[in-house]
Design a protein around this ligand. Structure first.
Ligand code: PMV
Length: 341
């Protein structure tokens, strides 16, 4: 009754921002992402009869409060659905700095879905795992697959259709992703709170969802044809439109700091003045993630590391699918190369 799984993080090129249904955690629109190695979560789940309550150990520390509550709620889903009356011990490690406010829910719930079902000997295929991971976090539904991934919106009548599918595997396009960290500590407004506030109060929310539906087929085509320029236009627009809709909420949801804006300008200057293929995307926090090619990765990293306000950079490449590991603790996941200023 024990299994260990590893899942990589992912970053959206066409963003998910808004829910059609909170109970099933159904997204209001589809989204497209790239899975990122070596930013991984490794999770061991042991179902046990002898413990009164679930135990959660996160990065070597016994977890309580909100982090533990989200995991227990997720385990409750499985217990209810399959009549399991055991509790679980969940031991989970991130290979990237959680304290820096980097999203760990995508890799975290993907690894948890895989380890928890496997440990309970439940027969879940990739689609079923993706739907299950979605209940923990929308972006987690995408981290079951490697490479380039599309999450479908589904509907209230057919929530099982809100699952991820593969656009192209991790060997399709050797892109590099540079995380440019502009702050330390956890983000102040969670993505769930930020998207709810946007959906409820932003006059731009409907326009945002319409723009996502236009961007999805365009982004898929750009990925399949490895068209970096087209993907640049689509991905930057998606990030800016998502943030524009959030900023227009009441009160406005503003995740950026001054360095976030400086990085946007520096990225565009590198591209427009020097012809370097690079574009930015930004999630629910102040950090910026840059896509570039393998041959330009070092130049982009050096330029970003030299900007005032940049705390640290982390390099990633396109990662593979989530997988079950043989040993309980698993091989130590490779650590991303970190460069501090
Ligand atoms: O998966 P969640 O609920 O943490 O939401 C993710 C939201 C964004 O990261 C901002 C966008 C995305 O598609 O990943």
């Amino acid at each position: 009754m024990q299994a260990t799984a590893l899942a990589y993080s992912n970053i959206a090129l066409v963003k998910y921002w808004g829910k059609r249904d909170a109970a099933y955690n159904l997204p209001a629109a589809g989204s497209i992402s790239a899975t990122l190695a070596p930013l991984a979560t490794t999770t061991t789940v042991s179902w046990r009869r002898d413990h009164a309550e679930d135990r959660v150990v996160l990065n070597g520390q016994r977890s309580s409060g909100r982090d533990r509550a989200r995991i227990v709620t997720f385990l409750d889903l499985l217990r209810e659905k399959h009549g399991i009356d055991w509790t679980a011990e969940v031991v989970t490690e991130n290979s990237f700095p959680t304290a820096a406010g980097l999203a760990s829910s995508a890799s975290g719930f993907a690894a948890l879905a895989l380890a928890a079902t496997r440990a309970a000997e439940l027969d879940y295929d990739l689609s079923a795992l993706s739907a299950l991971a979605r209940r923990g976090s929308g972006s987690a539904a995408r981290s079951l697959h490697g490479g380039f991934v599309r999450l479908h919106a589904g509907s209230v009548d057919a929530p099982e259709e809100a699952v991820a599918s593969l656009i192209a595997s991790e060997t399709h396009w050797d892109l590099r992703v540079l995380f440019v960290l502009t702050a330390t500590g956890r983000k102040k407004v969670s993505s769930t709170v930020g998207m709810n506030q946007t959906q409820k109060t932003s006059p731009y929310f409907d326009a945002w969802i319409a723009s996502v539906n236009r961007a999805l087929p365009q982004a898929e085509h750009a990925i399949l044809t490895r068209d970096f320029d087209a993907l640049t236009t689509i991905a930057e627009a998606s990030a800016l439109q998502m943030h524009a809709s959030a900023i227009a909420a009441s009160p406005g949801v503003l995740y950026w700091n001054g360095t976030t804006v400086d990085i946007i300008h520096a990225t565009r200057a590198m591209r427009e003045d020097e012809g370097i293929p690079v574009f930015f995307t930004i999630d629910a926090g102040p950090h910026v993630k840059l896509f570039t090619t393998a041959s330009h990765e070092l130049a982009v990293q050096r330029r970003m590391a030299a900007l005032p306000g940049v705390v640290e950079t982390l390099s990633a490449r396109i990662g593979g699918p989530a997988r079950v590991l043989d040993s309980p603790l698993g091989p130590t996941p490779e650590h991303p190369s970190r460069r501090s200023e």
